[in-house]
Structure formats: structure tokens, C-alpha cells
Design a protein around this ligand. Structure first.
Ligand code: PMV
Length: 322
């Protein structure tokens, strides 16, 4: 049997994080220059049902059944087996590698799940539809993220810019004009569940205040969507600064994130904001006219531990090779 390989991109949220948990829209895009990869190979010496796991990036070299039941890799594998009604898979080895920074709001967990579900279901002779891939990855996300909105598994499965509203049919975005984003990492852990929980508490105390903020964010997201689809990417910058201001009002920014946003502004970024859960993790800046290098160096001077430059463009990045 041949080896089956699937890859999946990282992601960033461009607009609408947190408000998306409260039913407002958000826009997220794949980051194609960082990827998770899963390779499934038949293991002719193994016994039926034996699945070896090899994930060198996280120091994992084990068998499936030695993993805790709530381990995301185990959950993803068992999700595929139960979806396909297979009790015991042919003996195989699953190798997982990823260049997506971990715990940085770039969807590394969802990308591993998506790549693994695709490679394993293809190996088993029943490649799953995008819809099922996304749903299985969502089930895995729930184990450690409590109540995820579903945006990560969606954008990563489809590998295209998405306009996402919880519970509604997926809408992918046309993107006639590519644009360049610089991602700056504060180096601080980004405890998404904590930020979501704190905001939930604050919202419970003063729903009118936070609902008004979420409504303002929804207006920004809709404007951003038109700007993206009309190729008016220059219009995105001011919307990013505005969205960041509302995220500050939600209490999910941090001094480090604010410092990086200001550094990007001083270096000439058209726009900048935190991206993802906040409190730490990443911010993003829109680089216009070749300013990416200046922005990167300003971010590093202001404390970013890592910067990634990525071109956001319309691309189908779903890939399964046998
Ligand atoms: O930290 P990330 O990139 O996984 O994003 C979290 C986005 C939130 O809107 C804060 C939560 C969610 O589940 O959508």
C-alpha cells in the first residue's frame, strides 16, 4: 500500500474574533506558508488494529492506545474509524509534522486534525468530504477549547478566506487583490479559553455594553468583507485599527499586543490589530507597498519573538497525495 499524505494550512482571524462567539460574523484566512502534514503508511510487520504514532515535533513516538483517551491525535483517529465504521484498521504508522507555531492562535491543532483525518480516511479507502473533515476536526477542538466557534476547523479545511457566522452555511470569499500580512508574536501564551471566559463574565455583568461593542464589530466585519471582495484592500487598514480598539474595549488586548500594534503603525502599516484569542499570542499588520520588512523589524524591536510574512490570496490548498 502506498503512503497517503495530506497537508493543511495555518490560519489567522482578520476581523471579528470574540464577537463571533456571540453570533456576529468574522473573517479568517489560511496562512499557506506554514502547514501541518500527516502521512499514513501501511506497516507490513504490524498486527491488524495496530496504529503507531510518530510526531517528532512534540516528541511523540508511541502507539495509539498508549495515548490518553482525550489526546487530540487519538480523538481524531478514533473519529475517522467510527465515521467509517471500521473497528480495526490495517496496521499503519501515522507521521505528523507541522511548521505552524503551537499555541499562537494560528490553528495548529485544527490543522493537525484536518491533515490527519484526510490522510487516514484516504488510506482507509474512503476520503471524507470537506464537510465531514471539518466536523470531525471540530469535535477534536471541543476537547480542549470548550466552546469553540468553529472558525478554525472551517477556514483550515476549506483552505480559502471565509466569512463565518456560527451555525450558518459557510461562505468563502472572492479575493481579487492579494495583500500582505505581517504576523507578530508577543511570545506570551495565548490562553483563548481564559480570554473567552473572562469576556463571558464581563458580558454577563453588563450585556448592553458588550452587545453594543459586538454590533460595532459586526459593522466593521461587513465593511471588510466588501473591501476584500471588491479588491479594495487599502480600505482594510483603518478597519483593522478600529477592530483593535473594540477588542481593547472588550478587555482582551494586553500591553504587549498594544505595543506591537503601535510599533506597526509607526512603521507605516496600513492597519494592525490583535488576532485570535488575545491577552497574548499574535497581532497582525497590513503591509502596503513593500513595507513588510520595515514592519517586521519594528515589531521585533518592540518585543515580537517571531514574525511571519504571508501573502493572502485566493487559493485552493486542499491536497492529498498517494
Ligand atoms: O486564538 P484563536 O486563533 O484560536 O482564536 C480564538 C477566536 C475566538 O473568537 C476568540 C474564539 C472562537 O472560538 O472563535
Amino acid at each position: 500500500m502506498p503512503a497517503f499524505t495530506a497537508t493543511a494550512p495555518g490560519k489567522i482571524i482578520l476581523f471579528g474574533e470574540h464577537a463571533v462567539v456571540y453570533g456576529r460574523p468574522a473573517v479568517a484566512v489560511p496562512v499557506n506558508n506554514v502547514r501541518a502534514r500527516a502521512v499514513v503508511m501501511a506497516d507490513p510487520r504490524g498486527q491488524v488494529g495496530e496504529i503507531r504514532i510518530n510526531a517528532p515535533d512534540v516528541g511523540l513516538e508511541t502507539s495509539l492506545e498508549e495515548l490518553p483517551e482525550d489526546h487530540p491525535i487519538r480523538a481524531a483517529v478514533e473519529g475517522v474509524l467510527s465515521e467509517l465504521g471500521i473497528a480495526r484498521a490495517p496496521a499503519c504508522t501515522l507521521r505528523i509534522t507541522s511548521t505552524i507555531p503551537i499555541s499562537a492562535g494560528m490553528g495548529s491543532g485544527a490543522a493537525v486534525s484536518v491533515a490527519l483525518v484526510r490522510a487516514l480516511s484516504s488510506f482507509l479507502g474512503h476520503p471524507l468530504s470537506n464537510e465531514r473533515v471539518s466536523e470531525l476536526a471540530f469535535e477534536v477542538e471541543k476537547i480542549h477549547h470548550g466552546t469553540p466557534s468553529g472558525i478554525d476547523n472551517t477556514v483550515i479545511t476549506y483552505g480559502m478566506p471565509v466569512y463565518y457566522v456560527r451555525g450558518q452555511a459557510l461562505e468563502t470569499l472572492r479575493l481579487p487583490e492579494p495583500f500582505v500580512i505581517v504576523i507578530g508574536d508577543t511570545g506570551l501564551p495565548s490562553p483563548t479559553a481564559l480570554a473567552v471566559g473572562e469576556l463571558r463574565h464581563a458580558w454577563q455583568m453588563d450585556q448592553d455594553k458588550y452587545e453594543a461593542i459586538f454590533n460595532s464589530v459586526a459593522v466593521i466585519v461587513k465593511e471588510a468583507r466588501s473591501a476584500i471582495e471588491n479588491g479594495n484592500t487599502g480600505g482594510l487598514g483603518p478597519l483593522m485599527y478600529k477592530n483593535h480598539e473594540y477588542l481593547r474595549q472588550m478587555g482582551v488586548s494586553s500591553p504587549e499586543l498594544d505595543r506591537l500594534v503601535e510599533a506597526a503603525r509607526s512603521a507605516g502599516a496600513a492597519g494592525a490589530k490583535l488576532s485570535g484569542g488575545g491577552k497574548g499570542g499574535n497581532m497582525i499588520a497590513l503591509a502596503n507597498g513593500g513595507s513588510a520588512i520595515e514592519i517586521e523589524s519594528a515589531l521585533r524591536d518592540a518585543g515580537a519573538v517571531r514574525t511571519i510574512v504571508t501573502t493572502i490570496e485566493e487559493s485552493k490548498s486542499i491536497q492529498i497525495d498517494a
